[in-house]
Design a protein around this ligand. Structure first.
Ligand code: URP
Ligand code: ZN
Ligand code: ZN
Length: 463
C-alpha cells in the first residue's frame, strides 16, 4: 500500500489498544495502523517517537462570533479554529441560534456563512429552538438537511432564547420520533430571576461585586432544572443531553436516571473541573463570569468521578470569548457581565495535565471523553473520534511531559486574558493533522484558513 504520510513510532491510542506503532495515511483517511509501515520516496514521514498520538479532539460546545448580552463573542471562525488546532481540536460544533423572525434554516444559513472561508477545522452546528410554536414543524426539515442535534435553553428570556416545559416536552417527543437528540441548558429560570432580583440593589452590588454571581446561583438552580428535563426525557423517551453540567447534585441526578434507563447523557466543561468560585474574590473576578457559574471544589471532584464511572460522557469547553473591554461593560452590575470564557486552545492541555497526569483519568479514558464519546453521541463516528482504519486522519501528537505556560500573548485566541494564565500545562499539540493535512507543526499553526468542512450527519445519541 502507498501512503502519502506515515506518522512513525508514536505511542498511539486506538479503540483496539495503545501501542508504539505507525499510522499510514492515504489522502484524507487512515489507511493502515501497524509497526514498520513501508514508505515510498514520496511519503512524508512525521516522527512521533517519544510522543502520544491521540485522536483529534472534538469540542462539541462552542460559540464563535455569538451575539450575546449586548456584545459579540470575540473569537470568530478564524481565530477560534486556529485556537482549536493549536489545542489539538480537529472538529467543533457551534450553536446556530435563530434571532427575531429567523427560521431554523435561516439560523443554519447564517452560521454556515460565518464559518465558510474562515474555518481551519471541520465543524457543524446544533440547531437551537428558540420559539417552539414557530420552529416545531421545521425540525424534520433540518434533520433532512443533515442536522441531528437540537438545543433548548431553560433560561435567557431577555435574549429571546428561553424554552418552557411545553417546548421541552414537545421537542423531546420529536427527538424520539426522528432518532435525534435535544441538548438542554438546564437552570431554573424563575427561581434564578427571584434570587437575582433580591440581590440587585446598589448596596449589595457595592459590597459584593462579582461575588453576587456565586451568591445568586446555588447548586439547586441547576439540579432542579436537570431533574425536570430528565422527567420529560423519561416520559417521552426522547434522547436528552445536558450541556455544561457544573454540580455534584446534577451529576447524581443523571447517574440515577441512567440507572433506571432514562436516555440522558451529560457533558461537563474543562473550567468546571479545575476552577472554582473563589475566583470571584479576585480583583479581576468578573472576567470569570460564565453561565452556569463556577462552583465548589467538591463539585469538581464529583464531576471527575462521574467522568471515571461514566455518567459524564464528554468534556467540552463552552467557548464564548469576551475580551477585558467587553467584560468591563459590567460597570459594577454583575447581571451585565457578558458571560463566557475562551477555552478551545486549552481543553486538551487541561484534560491531559489535570486529568491524566494527576491520575484522575487514564490516557485512554481522556480520549474517550474528548474524542470517541463526543463523535459517537453527536453522530460523527466512525468518520471522527478514533484512530481507526477508514476514519478521517485527524490526530494530535503531544509530548507526555513538556509543559508550556499559558499566556494569551502567545495564543491564537482573540482573548486578551486567559482563565488559566500562568498555569504550566502539558498537552499542547506539537503536530495536529486534520484529514491528513498538517495544520499545526512544531506547536505553530500552519493550516490554511477556509479548509475546514461542514459535516453533515444522519444520527445522534447512543442508540
Ligand atoms: O457563559 C456562557 N456559557 N455563555 C454562552 C451561553 C451558554 O449558556 O452556553
Ligand atoms: Zn448554556
Ligand atoms: Zn454554551
Amino acid at each position: 500500500m502507498r501512503f502519502d504520510t506515515i506518522v512513525k513510532g508514536g505511542h498511539v491510542v486506538t479503540p483496539r489498544g495503545t501501542s508504539v506503532t505507525d499510522i499510514g495515511i492515504s489522502g484524507e483517511k487512515i489507511a493502515a495502523i501497524g509497526p514498520d509501515l513501508e514508505s515510498s520516496p514520496e511519503t512524508k514521514i512525521i516522527d512521533a517517537s517519544g510522543h502520544h498520538v491521540i485522536p483529534g479532539v472534538l469540542d462539541v460546545h462552542v460559540h464563535l462570533e455569538l451575539p450575546f448580552m449586548g456584545a459579540v463573542s470575540a473569537d470568530d471562525y478564524r481565530t477560534g479554529t486556529r485556537a482549536g488546532a493549536r489545542g489539538g481540536v480537529t472538529t467543533l460544533i457551534d450553536f446556530a441560534i435563530p434571532y427575531a423572525g429567523d427560521s431554523l434554516n435561516d439560523a443554519a444559513d447564517k452560521w454556515m456563512a460565518r464559518a465558510e472561508g474562515k474555518a481551519m477545522i471541520d465543524y457543524t452546528f446544533h440547531i437551537c429552538i428558540t420559539r417552539y410554536n414557530e420552529h416545531k414543524d421545521q425540525i424534520k426539515g433540518m434533520v433532512d438537511r443533515g442536522f441531528t442535534t437540537f438545543k433548548e435553553f431553560m433560561i435567557y428570556e431577555s435574549e429571546g432564547w428561553q424554552s418552557d416545559d411545553r417546548a421541552l416536552f414537545g421537542t423531546l417527543e420529536k427527538m424520539k420520533e426522528y432518532d435525534t437528540m435535544l441538548l438542554v441548558h438546564a437552570e431554573s429560570s424563575r427561581v434564578l430571576d427571584e434570587l437575582i432580583e433580591r440581590h440587585h440593589t446598589p448596596e449589595l452590588m457595592k459590597k459584593y461585586g462579582a461575588r453576587l454571581h456565586r451568591m445568586t446561583r446555588p447548586n439547586f438552580i441547576e439540579a432542579e432544572a436537570i431533574q425536570r428535563a430528565v422527567t420529560w426525557s423519561e416520559v417521552t423517551g426522547g434522547q436528552l443531553y445536558i450541556v455544561h453540567m457544573s454540580t455534584a447534585q446534577g451529576t447524581d441526578i443523571v447517574e440515577a436516571a441512567q440507572a433506571r434507563g432514562v436516555p440522558v447523557l451529560a457533558e461537563t466543561c474543562a473550567q468546571y473541573l479545575v476552577l472554582n468560585d473563589d475566583v470571584f474574590d479576585r480583583e479581576d473576578g468578573h472576567l470569570f463570569a460564565c453561565c452556569p457559574q463556577l462552583k465548589k471544589p467538591e463539585d469538581s471532584e464529583r464531576l471527575w468521578q462521574g467522568l471515571r464511572s461514566g455518567e459524564v460522557s464528554v468534556i467540552s469547553t463552552d467557548t464564548c470569548t469576551f475580551t477585558r473591554e467587553q467584560k468591563a461593560m459590567w460597570n459594577g452590575d454583575w447581571t451585565k457581565i457578558p458571560m463566557g470564557m475562551p477555552g478551545l486552545e486549552t481543553l486538551l492541555p487541561i484534560a491531559y495535565t489535570h486529568g491524566v497526569l494527576k491520575n484522575r483519568l487514564t490516557l485512554e479514558e481522556m480520549c474517550m471523553k474528548l474524542s470517541t464519546n463526543p463523535a459517537k453521541i453527536m453522530g460523527l463516528y466512525p468518520r471522527k473520534g478514533a484512530i481507526e482504519v477508514g476514519a478521517d486522519a485527524d490526530m494530535a501528537i503531544i509530548h507526555p511531559k513538556t509543559t508550556m505556560t499559558v499566556d494569551h500573548e502567545t495564543m491564537e485566541t482573540n482573548a486578551d486574558w486567559s482563565p488559566f494564565a500562568g498555569w504550566d500545562l502539558a498537552g499542547f499539540s506539537r503536530t495536529t493533522l486534520s484529514r491528513g493535512e498538517v495544520i499545526v507543526d512544531d506547536y505553530k499553526v500552519v493550516g490554511k484558513e477556509g479548509r475546514g468542512q461542514w459535516l453533515p450527519r444522519t444520527s445522534a445519541g447512543l442508540q
